[in-house]
Design a protein around this ligand. Sequence first.
Ligand SMILES: CC(C)=CCNc1ncnc2c1ncn2[C@@H]1O[C@H](COP(=O)(O)O)[C@@H](O)[C@H]1O
Length: 334
Amino acid sequence: MDENDDVFYRELPKVELHAHLNGSVSFQTMEKLIKRKPHLNIEHHMTAIEKGQQRTLNECFQVFKVIHQLVDTEEDILMVATDVIKEFAADGVKYLELRSTPREETKTGLTKKSYVDTIIKAIQQCKEEEVDIDVRFLVAIDRRNGTEVAMETVKLAEEYMLSADGLVVGLDLSGDPRVGHGKDMLPALQRARNSGLKLSLHLSEVPSQLEESELLLNLPPDRIGHGTFLHPDVGGSQSLVDKVVKNNIPLELCLTSNVKGQTVPCYSKHHFKYWYQLGHPSVICVSFQLFETAEMTRAVGTLSWQAIDFIFAADGIKQQLKHKWAQLQPHVLK
Ligand SMILES: CC(C)=CCNc1ncnc2c1ncn2[C@@H]1O[C@H](COP(=O)(O)O)[C@@H](O)[C@H]1O
């Protein structure tokens, strides 16, 4: 990675479509949160997957539990959301879709409504400050919380879709993929779809979810998160691939997250290649959060330099983009 590449990657206008709010907290913001709550005795290594390290999926989800302890007031959420938006803007992201699971915390008075209100407030404040980024929000369902909570979350999202100036555009289904079954989420997801919310669903993030993926693909979703084990070479099926292709459903591919969470052994074996070769619409995600600490970057889920170089090496994409960018740059108005 030479210095010119660093500048090029940063300046290139980008979209980020798969950013979990509490998975996008930078080292600097984490520092502020830790200082606010010294009694929790939380140290940085408990809130991030550091350079060169990998964790099991279990350990990754433990990290979120620690981060949730640090982010449990409206004040924390406002700071985290504002910092995350500004940092994405500084990395050259021009369109950002944030997603987050509304939480309530009895001891701090946080409610699910005030959780979402605060994120909307952060988005609006950044707009007023003319931060150069367009932001939308997806309300997330955590599959671990079951059918009833899923339905409540959809109702909440519906309210905000109508009242928040078009900032709430859809629903995300996430949470530990090994817990619960997608079929229990179907009524809520169907209702969301009928009411006009867009659906981005984590799908086949772990092996052996053929039945669940078939069911969820029948909705069909508007986008797929990860989709690691959809294709037949990794235990998925041609029928799943056909459904994705037929409905032209874009995949959100999070390379570094998958390698760090060990659902994919290394970048060269990432399913990016499979879908790219099919010519299927895919978007590289949690991507350009390019901090000095490179691989550590945001708490979990970011794209390391190694992954960026790997993607850009494919088919001379980097050269093509550099050429296009050089042509366009003189015409950028700001
Ligand atoms: C390797 C690794 C970290 C896994 C990434 N893959 C994931 N799969 C499913 N749900 C997720 C993933 N990453 C984040 N989430 C969801 O996002 C939440 C954190 O962001 P938030 O509190 O919703 O704002 C987690 O509690 C979880 O529900």
